[in-house]
Ligand binder design. Structure first.
Ligand SMILES: *Cc1c(COP(=O)(O)O)cnc(C)c1O
Length: 386
């Protein structure tokens, strides 16, 4: 197939762009994993992961995508027939429910309107009524609806109960300041291909002391995803099975890059500014936000007018203009686009995304006043340099 597109832009909420210096680090010849060199790298990277999670606990690195980390979170802390509460406000909330049901847990699903954050008062009321709840499962950021859930408020509810807070942090770890220990999160999961600026294939999981206690009696079946085995291996700077050597090498380079550019506070600040600028641009274009009340700093969901076919728009942007943004998932298919500003995204990626949205709509024959979105965003983006 021939194409006239010379340069492509990846502006979807995963996989995200990988910095050139990280790609180069991963291109180094593979080293054997049972060697002092790799152990040094593995230990150093695990320390970096603990800093990213803001936890004293070990952060296990598994060779799988984020969903594998979610599965490990469930199977390592819960037992057959346990009652759990799933916050279900999007596609990834649904995934928590599917995993829990597959493992024979009793699920109470709290349906949250797509585009809204969960109300902690509702969770509090359910916890009061059902004192047998062993876990609350939630997304830090529900990527399908671009919503940020109030994880710290939820942790305040589970902290003093015999109930774990299990958080899918796949688009919130390394995006927003969500310190695991200080917040009281019991299980935190993330994956490599979102904020961590890496290719897919690595999941990171950490358990609180409370979750490790639950692990001692958790009887769900697990073999590869045995986190106690990984914890014991990690204490010796190694992993139970062959680690994803190249991705671990890449992660070490990512942590160096973060350190060299202002550390995690700067990362959170950048995501906040990019997200606010994107939202300002979308509103200035006369479009509506999918999640105006509790927007995620990872990606911005844009509600499209009835006259715009979201599928056609994302295809046009990708195939004609070389710009990949995400469409809607599940019930939002065709109705939204999601502009990501997560991971290796900076000021001018926002300008590209908004400009592409304007040009894409124009290209499909919709009336657009060029420059309205980018102008509004540019004003805000100047904060980056203040
Ligand atoms: C991307 C994503 C996942 C799924 O991760 P995979 O790496 O595709 O398994 C799960 N949860 C959230 C919130 C995500 O954004």
């Amino acid at each position: 197939m021939t194409t006239t597109i010379l340069k492509r832009y990846l502006l979807a909420p995963g996989p995200t762009q990988v910095p050139a210096e990280v790609q180069l680090a991963m291109a180094a010849p593979i080293i054997h994993h049972r060697t002092p060199q790799f152990s040094e790298l593995f230990g150093k990277t695990a320390a970096g992961a603990r800093a990213m999670f803001a936890t004293e606990q070990p952060v296990m690195m598994l060779a799988c995508t984020g969903t594998g980390g979610m599965e490990a979170a469930v199977t390592n802390t819960l037992s057959h027939g346990d009652h759990v509460l799933v916050v279900k406000g999007g596609k990834f909330g649904e995934r928590w429910e599917e995993i829990a049901l597959r493992y024979g847990l009793r699920v109470t699903a709290l349906d949250v309107e797509w585009g809204k954050a969960v109300d902690p008062a509702q969770v509090a009321a359910i916890l009061e009524q059902a004192d047998d709840l062993k876990a609350v499962l939630v997304q830090g950021s529900e990527t399908s609806t671009t919503v940020l859930h109030p994880v710290t408020e939820l942790a305040a509810l589970t902290r003093d109960r015999d109930c774990l807070l299990i958080v899918d942090g796949i688009t919130s770890v390394g995006v927003v300041d969500m310190p695991m220990d200080a917040s009281g999160i019991d299980v935190l999961v993330t994956g490599s291909q979102k904020a961590m600026m890496l290719p897919p294939g690595l999941a990171l999981v950490a358990l609180s002391e409370k979750a490790w206690r639950a692990n001692e009696s958790a009887d769900l079946p697990r073999y590869y995803f045995d986190l106690a085995r990984e914890r014991d291996a990690l204490a010796k700077d190694t992993s139970a099975y062959t680690p994803a050597v190249s991705l671990v090498t890449g992660l070490a380079a990512v942590f160096e890059l973060v350190e060299a550019t202002g550390g995690w506070p700067q990362v959170y600040r950048r995501h906040d500014i990019l997200a606010r600028a994107t939202r300002a641009g979308v509103l200035a274009m006369g479009l509506e936000l999918l999640a105006p009340d509790a927007p995620s700093p990872a990606a911005t969901g844009v509600l499209l007018p009835e006259t715009v076919d979201g599928g056609a728009l994302t295809r046009y942007l990708r195939d004609t203009m070389g710009v990949t943004v995400a469409g809607g998932q599940g019930r939002l298919k065709g109705r939204i686009v999601r502009l990501a500003h997560i991971g290796y995204a900076d000021t001018f990626d926002v300008v590209v995304a908004l400009s592409a949205l304007e040009m894409g709509l124009a290209g499909l024959g919709h009336e657009v006043e060029f420059g309205r979105g980018t102008a509004a965003a540019q004003k805000l983006l100047m904060e980056m340099y203040a």
